[in-house]
Design a binder for this molecule. Structure first.
Ligand code: HEC
Ligand code: HEC
Length: 299
């Protein structure tokens, strides 16, 4: 009797060890997968105006500083006992920063395609939003990144813990934005800022509205966001914004309070967007108000 029990126990231990090993091997293989992306020629401006445009985009539209810090010295984004830890790196040329090691081509590849210099997929970094940046705006953002003063700060390295590993091995963790990018799609060289639906859609993409609220703007669970992240609102006519006018949208973004008096969760980066001009917000509203109704959470 006792021997049988020990044999079964021994068998179980072997099965568990094999399962853990295959999870390890599969997740490592997934992390090591490399991508071939186009090599784009992007001019990097050196004048004040170009750098100022980049600072504005990074701050008020594309949210770079929410993850990489106000001085771009980086920060820990998630440190979860079961899933793992990921930080946004220090982008400056200070000690521990990656600014010294990356060429402009590396920055273009990272921001537009979410791919590191060794060809592996960057994690969480929302390149799927930045993928539609025009060459001109992308160049301006890089000029700004290059212009910030050095800060000495080394962010802790990436760690995948058992649950995170299992989910990556099973392909159930949406942390690789490159997978959501159409690598062959053409990118605009430049775009004329105007109050139009086309320009509004462009802004909504590079501001992450479509990344968080979904391409169809119906909101719900955000791919790759930590479990305690609030659901994004349904911005289609079947959601609460269905009867809004532009003024309601404008005052919600500028004040962080919607017409019902609800203060928006800080995860919705309205403080950044409050810095956009009336014209830009009007263009975004033209786009938002044009999408068809969708049930909440159907992306
Ligand atoms: C939602 C958070 C988030 C936002 C917003 C964000 N990043 Fe990142 N970024 C990350 C994370 C996390 C990494 C590290 C990815 C990794 O280690 O795989 C990263 C990595 C990078 C890298 C390093 C790539 C490399 O090759 O090592 C660059 C450059 C970068 N981001 C620039 C930007 C710029 C510029 C913006 C704004 C246009 C931006 N990021 C916005 C989270 C973010
Ligand atoms: C990082 C994710 C994220 C990004 C990027 C984002 N949102 Fe949101 N948004 C949210 C979340 C989460 C909520 C829900 C907040 C709450 O209920 O308190 C929200 C709520 C809203 C609301 C309030 C809706 C209501 O019914 O009160 C509006 C309007 C809105 N977002 C518009 C936008 C627009 C426009 C953009 C792009 C310029 C954008 N959001 C970008 C996450 C995001």
């Amino acid at each position: 009797m006792k021997r049988w029990f020990l044999r079964i126990l021994g068998g179980l231990v072997v099965v568990l060890a094999l399962a853990a090993l295959s999870v390890y091997v599969l997740s490592e293989r997934r992390l090591a997968r490399t991508y071939k992306v186009p090599q784009d020629e992007v001019a990097i401006p050196t004048d004040e105006e170009g750098i100022a445009r980049g600072a504005y985009l990074a701050t008020s539209i594309s949210n770079c500083r929410d993850c990489h810090g106000k001085d771009l010295s980086g920060g820990i984004m998630v440190d979860d006992g079961a899933l793992g830890r990921i930080s946004a790196p220090n982008l400056t040329t200070g000690e521990g920063g990656i600014g010294e090691h990356l060429e402009n081509d590396d920055l273009v590849r990272a921001i537009r395609y979410g791919v590191a210099a060794d060809g592996t997929a960057l994690k969480i970094m929302p390149a799927d939003d930045f993928n539609s940046l025009s060459d001109e705006d992308l160049g301006a953002i890089i000029a700004y990144v290059r212009s910030v003063p050095p800060v000495d700060e080394l962010q802790p390295s990436f760690v995948l813990r058992p649950l995170g590993r299992t989910l990556v091995a099973l392909g159930q963790l949406e942390i690789f934005p490159v997978e959501r990018i159409d690598l062959a799609a053409p990118r605009p060289k430049t775009l004329k800022p105007e109050v139009s639906k086309v320009y509004g859609k462009y802004l909504a993409q590079i501001a992450g509205c479509t990344g968080c609220h979904g391409p169809g703007l119906s909101g719900g669970q955000i791919p790759g966001a930590p479990p305690d992240f609030p659901q994004a609102a349904n911005l289609t006519p079947s959601g609460d914004v269905g009867d809004w006018r532009f003024q309601d949208f404008l005052s919600t973004i500028r004040s962080g309070k919607n017409p019902k008096g609800h203060s928006l969760a800080e995860e919705m980066p309205w403080r950044n967007f409050a810095g956009m001009s009336d014209q830009e917000l009007r263009a975004i509203w033209l786009f938002v108000a044009s999408v068809p109704a969708r049930e909440a959470g159907t992306r």
